[in-house]
Write a new protein. Structure first.
Length: 697
């Protein structure tokens, strides 16, 4: 069963009640959360229940050897994460036999986080888990909890491979929320190609936060990084101090604003939460660390600096406002980016619309292969097991046998290597050996990044934000597989830029679109990160473009692409339109808008546009999945193409800049320095493709 309802609607209670009665009945419970912090919070709530029969424990990377032994033997409520399940619990299933035998329920909390490639890995881990349970004779119930999502039952079925009932009615009491969409004004500052820049969302947030706090409104402001949280809190305090001096506001007012972030100790967080509930604190600037279940609710207003990526997260953040069923205020403040621009001009894209479906593709062979190896090393695979892993299994298995990874015998498939099969799957990345991200001064491992993303996110000189904390990359050493970082507070942010070539391997599906054609298929992408841009954090002003020396890499993935025949574009060229610039501008904006339809990040996808592509012989614009084998995003773009490209055109049309800016057609990751771009041309080109009268905006 999946429960998909809003923030503070009592989801935890709905799985705790059956879980505890199973425990009292002698059963065991496995609880999975996407983060350690959430598991720790759950453990604390379980402790407060004071049930003597309950022996709950978290089992994660920090659990000591002695504790592990105790947990295996005695715990009846184990809180862990998919990574531990993949690396430890499943491969060592024999040590956990008593636990599996009595397993009655598997709680998958905050499961909307399991999307894209990561979600596809988790889906296969859950299939391995089901197989292990079956081996020990248990048939646990899956109970999934999620933020509101569209078609949660379908998602839950893809995630677990089982038929799922869905609960979506939210009957918790709630007042009315007034929702404001806020677009910061253009400033005199100039960016790339002399484009005008908007006032940053964080500066606007600080203004609004001080207005609200001085009016005694309890407000939470969501920002992207820990540093931004601190700077918003500081700026707000300074504004309030001015009010104290200028108009005699109460002297304690500036002290009622603070920053809150992941990484604080539990006691500090509790203290802030309490101060906010009691009204000792009126304003809190925070990263989205709060988004995952931590208990801060009952506020009067919420400010959201920048589109949080999905309608689901937007409602989750906005849902923090509304004390005891009272009315509340939520404000979305647009950042300088095409999607944010589109949204603040198109409230109908946000309100009265279902939230996103969560996209994942468990059949991706690059994901399935490693998990079949892991499963075979847990218990050899037999023909009876194939069904559980999905329709692509047979073909992927023969590939694994051909590559010598698995051995096929009369009874099934075997893992005979001495290596650990689980090392083949990098579940938080996209294949290839992951790059270790290490803090230089302390040797602390901050995390891992898969190799393709490393070129973009932890190249030498990059500003890297980890759980809201800001670092500078001193060196990316690809051979050693490590990126060395130092904590820092640079005055700028960085954006890697790449140049890309694409070739069509095969068009899998296609249909006519206006005078042109739309395709979905397999492609090979060769891309090279060539430089990075530095932009001033406070204003977005361009500070420089630094060259980088990184090798090109190739990626086999899925793409959606559209073409227009010469007959459709010749009249445009005759009108003096720059076709290359028009296609390029349309590509950038469409990459910016795809996350609205495919629940991805704009960094998960890439694009190529050309006036004449050698494989199609036509003007072509490609948008591809940035992960080996694809992650379902391009496919989603193909199936929603008309809505997606219409929204793209509207985003460009609704930006009031003259020749293009970061809010419409410029892209921070463009390897060509945002050249050439033709804003008016993109509007005409898309109008032709979508068969829209070009005079209509
Ligand atoms: Zn613009
Ligand atoms: Zn570009």
């Amino acid at each position: 069963m999946i429960i998909a309802t809003g923030t503070a609607s009592g989801k935890s209670l709905s799985y705790l009640v059956p879980a505890l009665s199973a425990v009292l009945d002698g059963g065991t419970i496995l609880y999975l959360s996407p983060t350690k912090a959430l598991a720790a919070d759950q453990l604390r709530s379980l402790g407060e229940l004071d049930v003597p029969e309950l022996r709950a424990a978290t089992f994660d990377g920090d659990t000591s050897f002695e504790e592990r032994a105790w947990i295996r033997r005695h715990a009846n409520y184990v809180l862990t994460n998919p990574d531990m399940l993949h690396r430890t619990l499943l491969p060592r299933h024999t040590q956990w036999s008593a636990f599996w035998r009595r397993l009655r329920m598997i709680v998958v909390d905050e499961c909307h986080g399991y999307r894209g490639v990561f979600g596809s890995h988790v889906a296969q881990i859950l299939r391995r888990l089901r197989r292990i349970c079956a081996r020990y004779g248990s048939r646990p119930t899956f109970l999934l909890s999620s933020a509101t999502a569209s078609e949660p039952g379908t998602f839950a079925m893809r995630l677990t491979g089982l038929q799922m009932a869905e609960v979506t009615t939210d009957a918790s009491p709630r007042g009315a929320t007034t929702f404001a969409l806020w677009e910061p004004p253009l400033t005199d500052l100039r960016g790339e190609g002399g484009a005008p820049l908007r006032r940053p969302a964080t500066s606007e947030s600080a203004d609004l936060l001080s207005d609200l706090v001085s009016a005694d409104v309890r407000t939470l402001a969501f920002v992207r990084s820990r540093r931004a949280a601190e700077s918003v809190a500081l700026t707000t305090r300074a504004r309030l101090q001015d009010l104290v001096v200028d108009v005699g506001a109460p002297a304690e007012l500036p002290g009622k604003v603070a920053a809150y972030r992941a990484g604080y100790l539990a006691e500090d967080r509790r203290k802030l939460e309490k101060a906010l509930r009691s009204g000792d604190l009126l304003g809190l600037a925070t990263t989205n660390a709060l988004e995952l279940g931590v208990d801060v609710s009952g506020l009067d207003a919420v400010l959201i600096a920048g589109w949080p990526g999905t309608r689901a997260s937007l409602w989750q953040q906005a849902g923090r406002a509304g004390r005891d069923g009272q009315d509340a205020l939520a404000v979305l403040i647009a950042r300088d980016d095409p999607l944010d621009t589109y949204l603040v001009h198109h409230p109908e894209a946000l309100f009265g619309r279902p939230v996103e479906a969560i996209v994942l593709d468990p059949d991706n062979p690059y994901v399935l292969g490693p998990h079949l190896c892991a499963a075979a090393s847990e218990i050899p695979l037999t023909p009876d097991d194939l069904e559980i892993f999905g329709p692509a299994t047979k073909e992927v298995l023969s590939g694994l046998v051909e590559d010598g990874l698995l051995r096929e015998r009369a009874t099934g498939w075997f893992w005979t290597s001495r290596e650990r099969a689980t090392d083949l799957a990098d579940i938080r990345g996209a294949g290839g050996a992951p790059i270790q991200v290490v803090e230089m001064s302390t040797g602390r491992l901050l995390g891992t990044v898969d190799e393709p993303s490393a070129h973009m996110s932890v190249h030498t000189g990059a500003v890297y934000v980890h759980q809201g904390e800001t670092f500078l990359v001193a060196e990316l050493d690809l051979e050693a597989g490590v990126a060395l970082l130092e904590a820092g507070t640079p005055e700028y942010t960085t954006f890697a830029r790449d140049v890309t070539d694409i070739s069509v391997i095969e068009s899998l599906r296609s249909h006519p679109l206006g005078p042109g054609e739309l395709h979905f298929g397999s492609v090979e992408v060769t891309s090279q990160v060539v430089s990075y841009l530095k932009r001033r954090a406070q204003s977005g002003e361009l500070l420089g473009d630094e060259p980088l020396d990184l090798p090109p890499r190739t990626l086999r993935t899925r793409a959606v692409w559209w073409t227009l025949p010469a007959s459709a574009i010749t009249p445009l060229a005759e009108d003096g339109l720059d076709l290359g610039g028009a296609a390029h501008a349309a590509e950038h904006a469409s990459i910016g808008l795809l996350p609205l339809f495919a629940t991805c990040d704009r960094w998960d996808i890439g694009g190529v546009s050309t006036e004449l592509h050698p494989d199609t012989g036509l003007l072509t614009v490609f948008v591809y999945d940035g992960h080996e084998g694809g992650a379902g995003f391009a496919e989603r773009g193909y199936s929603r193409a008309l809505d997606w490209l219409t929204a793209t055109r509207e985003a460009i049309a609704s930006c009031e800049c003259e020749r293009g800016c970061p809010s419409c057609i410029q892209s921070p990751k463009c390897g060509n320095g945002n050249e050439p771009l033709d804003k008016a041309g993109a509007l005409r080109l898309l109008a032709v493709l979508l068969s829209i009268d070009p005079c209509e905006v």
